[in-house]
Design a protein around this ligand. Structure first.
Ligand code: KIV
Length: 280
């Protein structure tokens, strides 16, 4: 693809056999950017892990890209556990974090703890991710008290899309920006190990990453944060109907797959496949 660099930068953390929350903290301290992508299945997760990705997010974006829903809201805890376990079976190095899905942690901290415990026990991953700040603090504290690491998520939080009413950039006004910074401090003080910031002004992302000591991973939050995350299907060009400004497409996999499938169809129809060597 034009403009896409193919060479792999050397990383002083490439030798790390297993990325943990402590490794991520060290990366922030040493100024090494954290790479994170979503993963939902065994085969892709294996490729991503072998490529050297630092963090895999089993995102509730599975609701969109795997199941075809228009929002992340419908995906269930059982479905997230299924995706989490599939990814965990493939991965040896990357830290894996799984989204707690909508409706499994808001408003009832005991239910939140049960949801997080189910993910950790049944998926065997490293951490959970939760959307929100002060309004979910009780759930955050209860889950942390059970020894389960939490990645926070602020800014555009897709589970609240019906409250926002739109996917436009968040925290462009002073009040929302102030609240976001306060929430980042609340999550840090509670003991979260990292925070995702989604679709906010780059200047705000930079300010949060500077003020907050835990790693800040951006998606549409500029390049002054501590790492970046993208949805795999978007960056590979499998999905093509979603083109926010923050998305860099590294491949046009949809076109490549369609080309291969068309060749296969032609070969089947023309009796070219299977040939003598491809049969018993
Ligand atoms: O579910 C997801 O993929 C996410 C990313 C957009 C950060 O939460």
């Amino acid at each position: 693809m034009p403009g896409i660099k193919r060479n792999t930068m050397s990383s002083s953390f490439a030798h790390v056999q297993k990325v943990t929350t402590h490794v991520l903290q060290e990366m922030k301290l040493k100024g090494e950017k954290i790479s994170m992508l979503t993963a939902y299945d065994f085969s892709m997760a294996k490729i991503l892990d072998q490529s050297g990705i630092d963090v895999l997010l089993v995102g509730d974006s599975a609701s969109n890209v795997m199941a075809g829903h228009t929002t992340t809201l419908p995906i269930t805890l059982d479905q997230m556990i299924y995706h989490g376990a599939s990814v965990a079976r493939a991965v040896s190095r990357a830290l894996i974090t799984v989204d707690l899905p909508f409706g499994t942690y808001q408003g009832n901290s005991k239910e939140a703890l049960n949801s997080a415990i189910r993910i950790m026990k049944e998926s065997e991953v490293d951490a959970v991710k939760m959307e929100g700040g002060r309004e979910i603090l009780e759930s955050v504290e209860r889950i942390l008290s059970a020894g389960i690491p939490i990645m926070g998520h602020l800014g555009l939080t897709p589970q609240s899309i019906h409250k926002f009413g739109t996917y436009v950039v968040r925290a462009t006004d002073k009040d929302e920006a102030k609240r976001l910074i306060e929430d980042a401090h609340i999550l840090e003080d509670a003991g979260c190990f990292a925070i995702v910031l989604e679709k906010i002004p780059a200047s705000l992302g930079a300010k949060v990453a500077q003020e907050i000591k835990i790693p800040i991973i951006g998606i549409g939050a500029g390049n002054q944060v501590d790492g970046q995350v993208l949805v795999l299907h978007d960056m590979l060009g499998i999905t093509q109907d979603f083109s926010p400004r923050f998305l860099r497409r590294y491949h046009n996999l949809k076109e490549e797959i369609m080309g291969s499938v068309k060749s296969y169809i032609d070969d089947v129809k023309s009796l070219d496949f299977p040939n003598e060597r491809e049969q018993y």
